[in-house]
Ligand binder design. Structure first.
Ligand code: GLU
Length: 502
């Protein structure tokens, strides 16, 4: 294969949607798999949609995901500038080339005129298309006499440059995911290539850039597939060899009904952006929700691509080795927020207790607690399997750090019997005799005592848990008391008995 050069080319119009991150990821995996180059190009020619902070957000998101840019604004490279607005004058000359070849023309129709035509067509039940059928009657350099349109330009009348889509030609092309496609040019419109504000549109700018940046493969969202015939026509007009194309299927809402949109994050309760978006209308991010970047990337990689095996857990390196465009599906992938949590759960289990303790210690601080890392490690070991996020550890362990203030009324009603208080006080006397409070030491002694006395283990342990934890939750009882220690254990029994046991 020729040298692989791919690009991720987002428009900085707001936070980068996870669908966009997936596109970046597939480009990256494909580049690295083929020892190629991954380029980040900022497509900001639509000034009306420019959003402050979006460019940095895109770069920071890729960095968080571990997607390393080879050429871009921050990285530099031989094919720059990598921000389209930095070379806007250069695009004009390409629009002129197409005009000179007779493949593009000036159009002077005002937006009011076009709006009126659109409304008229709608009334007649049609969709307005600007193309071979009506361009001869509209306000442009095809319909007007040369002297007239030249005079308009000289007078400074605003105009756009449109592509002159030929009539009734079949365009055959291949998409690496969709296969062979045929489109008749008569169904296409004369798209605007250059706007009256002096900026090229996406259609022109990305083709010029892809060509001069020597892009070998364009891997992008399916929403661009309908524009591909136009893009290939423009390549033909320039006499350039187009790259190969792969259009990625959509990411769908969890119920499969429609595209996963930017709004779904608010309504469905899960983030649709990689990082927190801090400007204007803020939005939640996976990073701030407690996801690990490698779990997030692993989850995204499998939304639309499959390795052809049962394997689900992949490091970035493993993804690079396993990735191929052939295994990207044709149909949309439903986003599954539960599966996203599952991935984080798997990655959390792989972390050492020491790493998790460091992370959890920060959360503990927000609750005004400080614990030694060594103590936290053993605590983490007890609850790790139950959590998917470090921030959930507090809810699983709060009772380790504070004596219960209330006791679960349901448990009291069901399990607190007449003899519960006296049994607990008896248990307390047994515990008092033990010096080594580790589970390995207390458990056999207490079990032997229960057996010797002929007591019911379940009855004792439930109320024991109630006074220690305040409810019927938590890990192994003897691990809990080993961690909180002898004095606190005895104290909690006394307190529980005096509050509940009257
Ligand atoms: N700027 C376009 C977008 O944000 C890029 C499409 C492409 O990759 O060609 O969707």
């Amino acid at each position: 294969m020729e040298q692989v050069r791919v690009r991720f080319a987002p428009s900085p119009t707001g936070p980068l949607h996870i669908g966009g991150v997936r596109t970046a990821l597939y480009n990256y995996l494909f580049a690295k798999k083929n020892k190629g180059t991954f380029i980040l190009r900022i497509e900001d020619t639509d000034q009306s949609r420019y959003t402050e902070g979006a460019e940095e957000y895109i770069m920071d998101s890729l960095r968080w995901c571990g997607i390393i840019v080879d050429e871009g604004i921050r990285e530099g490279g031989k094919f720059g500038p990598y921000r389209q607005s930095d070379k806007k004058a250069a695009f004009r000359e390409f629009a002129d080339t197409l005009i000179n070849k007779g493949d593009a023309y000036y159009a002077f129709d005002t937006s009011e005129q076009l709006e009126a035509l659109r409304r008229e067509s709608e009334k007649a039940g049609n969709t307005f298309i600007y193309n071979f059928a009506n361009r001869g009657k509209l306000n442009n350099s095809v319909s007007l006499k040369e002297a007239d349109w030249k005079e308009k330009i000289e007078r400074g009348e605003p105009y756009v440059i449109r592509y002159k889509m030929p009539h009734n030609e079949e365009i055959h092309f291949n998409d690496l995911i969709r296969g062979q496609i045929v489109v008749n040019t008569s169904t296409l419109d004369d798209k605007v290539l250059f706007k009256s504000d002096g900026m090229p549109t996406y259609h022109l700018a990305h083709i010029v850039d892809d060509h001069y940046m020597e892009i070998s493969h364009v891997i992008r969202g399916e929403e661009w597939l309908p524009s591909l015939p136009l893009h290939l026509m423009i390549y033909r007009s320039f006499g350039w060899e187009p790259p190969l194309y792969a259009h990625l299927p959509l990411l769908l809402k969890p119920d499969g009904k429609g595209k996963l949109s930017k709004r779904d994050g608010d309504t469905m309760g899960f983030p649709v952006f990689p990082l927190f978006w801090p400007y204007g209308e803020t939005a939640k991010g996976y990073r701030e929700e407690g996801y690990y970047p490698d779990a997030f990337v692993n989850m995204l990689a499998l939304l639309g691509w499959n390795p052809g095996t049962e394997q689900e857990i992949f490091s970035m390196q493993e993804l690079i080795e396993a990735f191929s465009i052939e295994r990207v599906g044709k149909s949309g992938s439903k986003f599954d927020p539960e599966k996203a949590k599952w991935f984080n759960h798997q990655y959390l289990q792989k972390k050492t207790n020491n790493q998790l303790s460091m992370e959890f210690r920060e959360i503990l601080r927000t609750h005004g607690k400080h614990e030694d890392i060594v103590d936290l490690e053993s605590l983490i070991g007890m609850v790790k399997e139950r959590v998917s996020f470090v921030k959930d550890i507090w809810a699983q362990t709060d009772f380790f750090f504070k004596t219960p203030e209330t006791y679960d009324q349901e448990v009291i009603k069901k399990r607190w019997k007449e003899d519960s208080a006296s049994l607990l006080l008896e248990l307390k006397e047994e515990l008092k005799k033990i010096d080594d409070f580790s589970a390995g030491s207390t458990e056999p002694v207490i079990k032997a005592w229960i057996e010797k006395k002929g007591y019911n283990t379940g009855a004792i342990m439930t109320v024991f848990r109630l006074v220690i934890v305040g409810a019927s939750r938590g890990p192994h009882m003897f691990d809990i008391i080993g961690w909180i220690g002898k004095a606190e254990t005895l104290n909690r029994i006394d307190r529980g008995v005096s509050i509940i046991g009257k």
